[in-house]
Design a protein around this ligand. Sequence first.
Ligand SMILES: NC(=O)c1ccc[n+]([C@@H]2O[C@H](COP(=O)([O-])OP(=O)(O)OC[C@H]3O[C@@H](n4cnc5c(N)ncnc54)[C@H](O)[C@@H]3O)[C@@H](O)[C@H]2O)c1
Length: 273
Amino acid sequence: MTTETLIAIDIPTGDLRMQLEGKTIAITGAGSGVGRAATLLFTREGGNVVCLDVNDAWAKETARLAEAEGGNSIAVHCDVSDEDDVEAAIAATVSEYGRLDVMFNNAAIATPRPGLRFEDHTVEEFEKLTSINFKGVFLGTKHAVRQFRAQNSPGAIVNTASVAGMVGWGGTVYGAIKGGVIQLTRAVAVESAPFDIRVNAVCPAGMPATNFMDIPTDEATQSAAFEKVAQQHPLGRNIDPEDIAAAALFLASDSARNITGVALPVDGGYVAR
Ligand SMILES: NC(=O)c1ccc[n+]([C@@H]2O[C@H](COP(=O)([O-])OP(=O)(O)OC[C@H]3O[C@@H](n4cnc5c(N)ncnc54)[C@H](O)[C@@H]3O)[C@@H](O)[C@H]2O)c1
């Protein structure tokens, strides 16, 4: 190759652009864990992030952390199981930033009692899990699709499912609901594809570093729990909220413009065994 050829190359600058520059993203469960990590990553990538959570203090703290780094973020109260709240949250997003480009339906609760067997779930526990973990994704997806269509624009939806929705993992009802989230993701992806609306899911394995597992905070219990969870994954490491945020960023970004209807495990190889 001659020097002239090298000089003639038009060096692409696309790689240097921030991946969510000018985009507006609403994230549910943004007050903790994956939602907080995603808010920080997405604002670093140029996105405006609306932090939705039922816990207002946690959501405000996430938005504050993002703003302290120079990002654009606001907190809005939202119980994902309440349709009025979800509609109002999307309206607040549009009112603040003019549009919605990405909906990250991430909020969920864990199986209420550790080690709870299928036959021991009460109807109240079943209904609570369904209401937040499935109806919440239904409502977030429904109102995001409506907003994208009203804007007449493309859009991306990322849903947080779980490896528990792909294989038997414990937490039978929780897992069945996450399987439902994966199927909702695929079905809406196909139906909404003609409008350039993409719908994908991330499927984490065990993440002890969030509030989800409610692990006691003393150091000995924590390190034993972290070690135990890490050993479940062929790669031998824990999955961190930042790992899920990175996968969600990819699926939300234009780099994934031809990817829809996938359920992406972020699991250290757990479901590949
Ligand atoms: N941590 C894990 O081991 C694990 C494994 C697989 C999948 N996941 C999934 O990852 C996602 C994020 O979980 P996390 O680990 O960050 O948990 P987390 O408990 O740290 O965060 C969940 C957030 O959701 C919020 N929330 C709860 N109910 C809500 C409601 N009704 N409306 C709005 N917000 C609500 C909580 O206030 C909290 O801020 C969830 O969908 C969870 O099912 C977690």
